[in-house]
Design a protein around this ligand. Structure first.
Ligand SMILES: [Fe+2]
Length: 569
């Protein structure tokens, strides 16, 4: 059973699931190089099919993570609505779309005469098309990767999608049942994004910076100051809905920027009280309100198992606080929880709808993107007249350079889906010197000095470094660093003594594990600073030629592409 998941909103993406196994998943931004790229993910679909030697004719089901029967996907799958038989809003939406299209003559013309390239993606007559609601797609991404069919509560939270901002699900025996759904007025995601925009970053992009700034502010100092800007919850129910007004979208060369009027008002408070204390208050509010929703529902459902997805759960500190309550026994957060993960979620839901009795496997890595062979890479290097050497043991070679305090770009195997570099498209440096954080910021990433870097550490050594630890494969939860290690790895310890780690298991990424292990043998610390291979504001690098360009555009010392080493010496 071949299921193609296709998400066409912001952070558009495609995924391919064969007989329940995810075999490819990639966001369009990695190909077209526009961060959070919206629209039709042609290149991602093409990659998913090509990676498995398939064509559109081989697809049994197309799963679309949107309830709306009319979406920009209508441009992609010409003829799709002849097949569509259900959907309560079909008639009314069709009417409004047709009216709009009358006004947009060029769009009609474009739909009638599809370019040959796009015609390749027409659906076959035997392919079934299913729409999976936005939040159910998020919920499916969490439950169907949690490793167990056991009963659990699934919570999804984001800005909004398909008219919901928060949903609560009972997951049991391979099935998801919706218990509660909250609308626009409940959006904690929009609140946090409004604060982010008010501080000076982009709504839908800079939220991690707001979270990184939180420890520099004083918690409770401004308690209550933001009270008129967010919805409030008690005992799992909403007690105050917030009127956010209109969502404004401004598209600049393919890059969507979002804006609500609240951001203007919050900015006045930022100007008056400073961004650090405002960030701290926003984080406090987010944690408090999420607790007011999540734990009452866990009690009602009599379960200690919790799975989460949706963009809010990129907030590693919220995830840490939930874990540290001790109320959660099984805590799963999907590693790609924002909308780029919807293609996988919809495809998984389509699979388990067809096979509800199928086992649920634990997802432990996100290496679902393109890879490049040594032969392909050498052709690229030769064509550019670059000097390089080929080494027999790249992990050992890299470890020596890192022990010598060099900055090494590490490009290996399949690109990660999701926002974090997990050792295949990474920039690495020793975390053993505190100045290394500033060196990477100043010479390579060109980003704000306060932002923390994540570490990758050997899974076997996790208890040496992390308080209250558990498996953490995706850098999606922070943990408090053991006091005795804080001055040993200062470059990755944040102002609140936390780490946002990836624990690296040998069986999941042997080359990366070997690199860290060799580094540990040389320095005594089985941990490295790991940041994604890109520069600030750009998507993670996919192709060797982009890695080469990035290497010569900043202050990295070495680039290792599979077995090939490039040096600036
Ligand atoms: Fe979402």
């Amino acid at each position: 059973m071949n299921i193609l998941g296709v998400h066409a909103g912001h952070d558009s993406s495609a995924s391919l699931i064969i007989d329940g196994k995810i075999v490819a998943d990639v966001a369009e931004e990695r190909f077209n190089r526009i961060k959070h790229s919206p629209g039709l993910p042609f290149r991602s679909i093409e990659y998913c099919l090509r990676s498995q030697g398939l064509s559109m004719n081989d697809i049994d089901v197309i799963a679309i993570p949107s309830q709306s029967p009319i979406s920009s996907l209508s441009l992609l799958f010409e003829g799709i609505y002849k097949k569509e038989t259900k959907g309560p809003t079909l008639k009314s939406t069709l009417k409004s779309v047709l009216k709009k299209e009358k006004e947009e003559k060029t769009r009609i013309r474009w739909q009638q005469e599809l370019p040959l390239y796009i015609q390749k993606f027409k659906i076959a007559s035997h392919t079934k098309v299913v729409h999976i609601e936005h939040h159910q797609s998020h919920a499916a991404s969490a439950y169907y990767t949690s490793g167990t069919r056991e009963k659990q509560l699934v919570v999804t939270m984001d800005g909004h999608g398909d008219e919901s901002s928060i949903t609560i699900w009972r997951a049991e025996d391979g099935k998801l049942s919706c218990l509660k759904r909250f609308g626009y007025g409940a959006s904690l995601g929009w609140f946090y994004s409004n604060v982010t925009e008010a501080i000076g970053w982009m709504h839908g992009d800079g939220e991690g910076k707001t979270m990184g700034l939180d420890p520099y502010g004083k918690r409770d100092k401004l308690k209550g100051l933001l009270d008129s800007f967010y919805p409030k919850f008690k005992n799992g129910e909403i007690i105050y809905e917030h009127d956010f007004g209109d969502l404004n979208v401004y598209n600049e060369n393919g890059y969507n920027q979002y804006h609500f009027r609240d951001a203007d008002e919050i900015k006045k408070l930022v100007d008056k009280y400073g961004r650090e204390d405002i960030a701290a208050e926003a984080q406090r509010v987010l944690e408090e309100q999420c607790f007011n929703i999540i734990f009452p529902w866990m009690e009602k459902e009599k379960t200690q198992n919790l799975s989460c997805s949706g963009g809010i759960f990129l907030n590693v500190k919220l995830n840490q606080r939930i874990w540290e309550t001790g109320k959660v026994k099984l805590h799963t957060i999907y590693g790609n929880p924002a909308d780029a993960g919807l293609a996988v979620g919809a495809a998984l839901q389509a699979y388990y709808d067809a096979k509800p009795e199928a086992p649920i496997h634990l997802m432990r890595d996100l290496y679902y993107g393109p890879e490049y062979s040594n032969e392909e890479i050498e052709v690229i290097l030769k064509a550019r007249n670059l000097k390089y050497t080929k080494v027999d043991n790249a992990p050992q070679h890299a470890a020596k350079l890192l022990a010598d305090n060099k900055i090494v770009a590490w490009f290996q195997g399949r690109m990660e889906s999701g926002p974090r570099a997990l050792g295949n498209r990474s920039i690495l440096m020793s975390a053993n010197r505190s100045e290394n954080k500033d060196i990477i910021n100043a010479k390579v990433k060109f980003r704000e000095a306060f932002r923390p870097f994540c570490p990758s550490l050997l899974w076997e050594k996790r208890e040496d470094y992390l308080e209250n630890c558990r498996d953490e494969f995706f850098m999606i939860t922070s943990f408090t660093c053991k006091p005795e290690k804080r001055n040993k790895i200062p470059a990755v310890v944040h102002a609140d003594h936390t780490l946002r780690p990836q624990t690296v298991k040998k069986e999941l990424n042997e080359r990366y594990w070997s690199l860290i292990n060799e580094f540990g043998k040389l320095t005594g610390e089985y941990l490295l600073m790991n940041t994604s291979l890109n520069v600030m504001g750009e998507p993670m690098i996919n192709h060797p030629r982009e890695a080469i360009r990035c290497f010569y555009d900043n202050g990295m010392d070495y680039l290792i592409l599979n077995d090939f080493v490039l040096s600036k010496d």
